[in-house]
Design a protein around this ligand. Structure first.
Ligand code: HEC
Ligand code: HEC
Length: 212
């Protein structure tokens, strides 16, 4: 009887110690991640809300999976190595300073956990047309309210800066993004980007700007 009790207490102490260690290490990790993110905050904002002046997109709201993919795309030159991609080149340089196996997963998880600020954007357009075109051409992958769909690896577009989205559409059309031999998903999106332009695209962007 006594023996059982002793082993039981040993187990209990073990479990408590492991629990404390877990809590402690996750606090340390959270601080590490926050610290690491300060180098990104200069351009992407302290809460990942983006910075229109610096043409830096919002990161809050994006999935860790998408952020990881883009950081790895930048560092390997799949994105940002086109000679005309001045803004992508900025990110390429930064991403190459990150450790792919250590920093990138920690940063991506941290950014995914940031709360999304509701940023309203005034952009003109026809909501009814925009909604119709969006559902016909984009919704199947990016979901009905532009919230993104991990199954298709399509990122959230809602809440993103509209000038950034417009520039990415132009980049896909002109081949600045999505033409690298290893950029399968970018190629897919480039094909889609070529199906719309002008007033129709503005209406689509207007619809996206209304989503949360
Ligand atoms: C000097 C300013 C600057 C800094 C610092 C910076 N970024 Fe960026 N980042 C940009 C710009 C500009 C873009 C948009 C590039 C483009 O137009 O294709 C971008 C794009 C991105 C994207 C792609 C977003 C999307 O929707 O596809 C990710 C992810 C990203 N940055 C993460 C980071 C992380 C993580 C850090 C910190 C380690 C960081 N950035 C630091 C300027 C910066
Ligand atoms: C076949 C699926 C599919 C369809 C349809 C589609 N997209 Fe995409 N889109 C993607 C994928 C996948 C990505 C991510 C590409 C990458 O990883 O670089 C993407 C990326 C984007 C980006 C870049 C976002 C960022 O944060 O940098 C924009 C903007 C975009 N899509 C807009 C649209 C619009 C507007 C439409 C409709 C005209 C559309 N997409 C239709 C799959 C799709």
């Amino acid at each position: 009887m006594l023996k059982i009790n002793v082993t039981f207490y040993y187990h209990l102490i073990g479990i408590i110690a492991a629990g404390l260690l877990f809590v402690f290490s996750s606090v340390v990790n959270a601080n590490d991640a926050e610290q690491m993110y300060t180098q990104c905050a200069t351009c992407h904002g302290d809460k990942g809300q983006g910075n229109a002046l610096l043409k830096s997109p919002a990161l809050a709201g994006l999935s860790a999976e998408y952020i990881t993919r883009q950081l790895n795309n930048f560092s390997s030159g799949v994105r940002g190595s086109h000679e005309k991609d001045a803004l992508g080149k900025q990110m390429l340089a930064i991403s190459q300073s990150l450790d792919k196996n250590k920093d990138v997963p920690v940063l991506s998880k941290y950014i995914e956990s940031l709360p999304v600020a509701n940023q309203s954007q005034e952009i003109s357009g026809d909501l009814k047309n925009g909604s119709r075109y969006y559902q016909a051409k984009c919704g199947a992958c990016h979901s009905g309210k532009a919230e993104g769909n991990p199954a298709f690896k399509a990122p959230k577009l809602a809440g993103q800066n509209i000038d950034y989205l417009r520039r990415q559409m132009q980049n896909f059309v002109s081949g600045i993004r999505g033409t690298h031999a290893e950029d399968k998903l970018g190629r897919q999106m480039a094909m889609m980007a070529k199906t719309t332009s002008g007033k129709e695209l503005e209406d689509i962007l207007h619809f996206i700007a209304q989503q949360k």
